[in-house]
Design a protein around this ligand. Sequence first.
Ligand SMILES: N[C@@H](CCC(=O)N[C@@H](CS)C(=O)NCC(=O)O)C(=O)O
Length: 213
Amino acid sequence: MPTRFELHGFAFSGPTYKVALALSLLGEPFDYVHVDLMGGEHKQPSYLFRQRYGQVPMLVDRNNGRQLCQSAAILEYLADMMGRFGGANLDERLQVREWMYWDFDRLAAPLYKARVIKIGFRQASPDVFEDCVAAAKNALSVLENHLAGRTWLVGEAVSIADIDIYGVVTFSNQAGIELAAYPRVSAWTGRVEALPGFKAQKDLLPMESRVAA
Ligand SMILES: N[C@@H](CCC(=O)N[C@@H](CS)C(=O)NCC(=O)O)C(=O)O
């Protein structure tokens, strides 16, 4: 039987990994479509027609034909559809959303940028790199403080806030940031990695398209 979900993405993309990880934790196998970012496939009219921002990821829900973009919005959609990881009540759902907005504002933007500079995907002056690292470290300190006495970011259970933010924090070392300096954040990443269905980015996202097994 064909899988319900088809994920379009790029192997080294953090936002693509967030969605792939959520699907894996939900136990939802998915067909994977490699988007050739290097070749500019994401800026072609045929792709832009489906993903207005010209970015990965895009998730297709074959049950209803929806073509979804923006990783945080996709995570909310999956939580709604599957009835898992969305928060136990309205207050928790609001907090989950706050964390995900905060993530792209304060954590993902500088940390992902530091990562692409560090691994050589993008050129930038040392000043720009250092600014990104400093901003990402500030955000990691916010997480470190918040996790005092907590197992998960919101409430008593893992949520899409954890999945979303894990999908950034996991690249800290590649961005030149030593995660060991944030012991609570490190311990929390260990809890995410111990969840049933957890897979690392390299085990979820190949460099070519793949039909689910
Ligand atoms: N806020 C978006 C960010 C997506 C994003 O930055 N995708 C990158 C790859 S990691 C991309 O498609 N870059 C190509 C471009 O923006 O032209 C999300 O979370 O989905």
